[in-house]
Design a protein around this ligand. Structure first.
Ligand code: PBG
Ligand code: ZN
Length: 327
């Protein structure tokens, strides 16, 4: 029996570890990672988050240590989510210069000046109803929210933040932030936009972690419909036109096509958010012994890189750094 023509044999380049290393197209480094941190104004000791094994809400007193540990592992950036002691209808604590994130930013910069300290900028953790802005009836008022967002980001900038990351999916949020920062003397503070953020069930554990579940309805009036792909390009283009320095796609795992498409269509660095539900699924399966956590996490991160991510926000960051640093 004759064989087909096998002049071309892809297996040749897979035959030794060295050859595989030489032809590898994508790599993962600690430089790619951004580590999310939850800071809770009401705590004096860390409090574990049940649905996110290995992740805790931190008291302010533990922030410096956590940021230093991330820096020592080679992680260049952290992003803060604040849980304030006081919430109200519009989220005024978000622009209190002595608010929890403002104080966490100062602690972080003191502890590790070279770390890129990012502030997630939204209102759902600060409002008593859990929506991402000012309500008008049951509707989130876009333009009233933008005015508060301007106050919030200027307050973070005054605290010394290195980057602003607005996550509320309000129309015009990047332009509003850019002009507020520029007019307040912070023209060099970059904005990482949660440009393409879907109304996703994968955020479930986060809402417990950050106390930010909406008390009625859902976020589909402002976050994107998971069915839409072309709209992702529209959102990305709008944010670039408004001055976004970095774009984010979120969630990541179920949106690999979107990551690739946004990368293709744009020329700014792209971040992806490996969200709480994605983290919880891997942790749960690993705890049961059903998957190899290390290999699955590293393969997932490599997948994000291959799809086009330049940086990855992930709760696995400290574990990944340990695996990369110590094999
Ligand atoms: C707040 C915000 C959310 C996340 C980041 N910023 C939750 C939401 O929009 O409901 C999700 C992060 C995660 O699930 O890990 N706007
Ligand atoms: Zn929000």
């Amino acid at each position: 029996m004759s064989l087909p023509d096998l002049t071309i044999r892809p297996r040749r380049l897979r035959s030794t570890p060295t050859l595989r290393r030489m032809v590898r197209e994508t790599s993962l480094s600690t430089d790619d990672l951004i580590y999310p941190l939850f800071v809770d104004e009401t705590l004096s000791e860390p409090r574990p988050i049940a649905s996110m094994p290995g992740v805790s809400r931190l008291p302010l007193s533990h922030v410096g240590k956590a940021v230093k540990a991330a820096a020592a592992s080679g992680i260049p950036g952290v992003i803060f989510f604040g849980i304030p002691a006081y919430k109200d209808a519009i989220g005024t604590e978000a622009w209190n210069d002595d608010g929890i994130v403002q104080r966490a930013v100062r602690e972080a910069k003191d502890a590790s000046p070279e770390t890129c300290v990012i502030a997630d900028s939204c209102f759902c953790e600060y409002t008593d109803h859990g929506h991402c802005g000012v309500l008008h009836g049951e509707h989130v008022d876009n333009d009233a929210t933008l005015e508060n967002l301007q106050k919030e980001v200027v307050s973070y900038a005054r605290a010394g933040v290195d980057m602003i990351a607005p996550s509320g999916m309000m129309d015009g949020m990047i332009g509003a932030i850019r002009s507020a920062l520029d007019e307040s003397g912070f023209p060099n503070t970059p904005v990482m936009s949660y440009a393409v953020k879907y109304a996703s069930a994968y955020f479930g554990p986060f809402r417990d972690a950050a106390d930010s579940a909406p008390s009625f309805g859902d976020r589909s009036g402002y976050q994107m419909d998971p069915a839409n792909a072309r709209e992702a390009i529209k959102e990305a283009m709008l944010d670039i036109a408004e001055g976004a320095d970095i774009l984010m796609v979120k969630p990541a795992l179920a949106y690999m096509d979107i990551i690739a498409a946004v990368k293709q269509a744009t020329d700014v660095p792209m971040a992806v958010y490996n969200v709480s539900g994605e983290y919880a699924m891997i942790k749960a399966a690993a705890e049961k012994g059903w998957i190899d956590e290390r290999r699955v996490v590293l393969e997932t991160m490599l997948g994000f890189k291959r799809a086009g991510a330049d940086m990855i926000l992930t709760y696995h960051a400290m574990d990944i750094a340990r695996w990369l640093n110590h094999g």
